[in-house]
Write a protein that binds this ligand. Structure first.
Ligand SMILES: O=C(O)CCC(=O)C(=O)O
Length: 267
């Protein structure tokens, strides 16, 4: 549908290098005008149903625009290219609509500990509006995906504020340091002036947060899709994301198939 050619080898190397080094890379202009318009419209239809900025999840399991985008666009190929993987499977998708005046800062976290998966996974966070520090840019701790630290997942309130830790007794996890209070100790950065259709590809272990939307007029709609790639395995844990479990997959099996379709494969 997009009809875009494979990414040029030299550009791709630079993208892969940045992703491997920093745990996040900016991809410019990955959406056709048609997908941008369809996704904006679909997001607006969802957003009317709730007032929580991160409430809308897993739309891709229901027939409609989100499912069509995940299954028929070039997004699976792009993920495989950035990760250097022969395949991509879908985990789930989510809307982050920080409307004007949504002051809440998304707390620092890593994504992977929340999901029933081990090994490499990637989020594509696609901007549907211009995004900058005024209306809610995402921030990243450069290189944190490679630290080997597994941060304990935690529950948040309706506004995304910290409530309490999950899996208190799981020795695999350590409590998250206070990145916000100690910002100067870390290499924290964001991408300036994302345009609609630009995407952030980031590793499931990269520490990140998002600023609040301090504007009174500018929307900040983000559409995030979570993907598994080669090396990712299914690891269900009862304490988190039971809604993503799939009994047809064995624990330790490749994270592909069942509810998590392979959407791209090199032939
Ligand atoms: O867009 C946001 O506000 C937060 C996004 C985020 O934390 C994520 O996609 O994991």
């Amino acid at each position: 549908m997009d009809g875009k050619a494979m990414t040029k080898t030299t550009d791709l190397r630079a993208v892969q290098d940045a992703y491997t080094r920093d745990g996040v890379v900016l991809l410019k202009n990955i959406l056709s005008d048609e997908w941008l318009s369809k996704l904006r419209h679909a997001v607006d239809t969802e957003v009317e149903k709730s007032d929580r900025y991160f409430a809308y999840k897993n739309m891709r399991e229901t027939p409609g625009v989100f499912q069509d985008y995940c299954l028929t666009s070039d997004i699976g190929r792009r993920v495989a290219e950035v990760a250097g993987s022969p395949w991509t499977s879908l985990i789930y998708d989510q809307i982050f609509a920080k409307e004007p005046g949504t002051q809440t800062q998304t707390g620092w976290h890593t994504d992977q500990p929340y999901w029933p998966v081990s090994g490499p996974i990637m989020t594509m966070w696609i901007a549907l509006d211009p995004v900058d520090p005024d209306n809610g840019a995402l921030e990243f701790v450069r290189g944190s995906h490679a630290w080997g630290a597994k941060y304990r997942p935690f529950k948040t309130d309706q506004l995304g504020g910290f409530l309490h830790y999950l899996e208190q007794d799981n020795p695999d996890y350590i409590d998250m340091p206070d990145f916000e209070a100690n910002r100067s100790e870390y290499d924290i950065f964001h991408f300036e002036n994302m345009r609609p259709g630009d995407a952030l590809a980031f590793d499931g272990m990269t520490v990140h947060s998002a600023m609040g939307n301090r504007t009174s007029t500018r929307r900040r709609r983000g559409y995030a899709i979570r993907f598994a790639v080669e090396g990712a395995t299914y690891e269900p844990r009862d304490a988190v994301t039971e809604w993503l479990h799939d009994d047809s997959l064995k624990s330790g099996a490749p994270f592909a198939g069942g509810r998590f379709p392979v959407i791209y494969e090199t032939t």
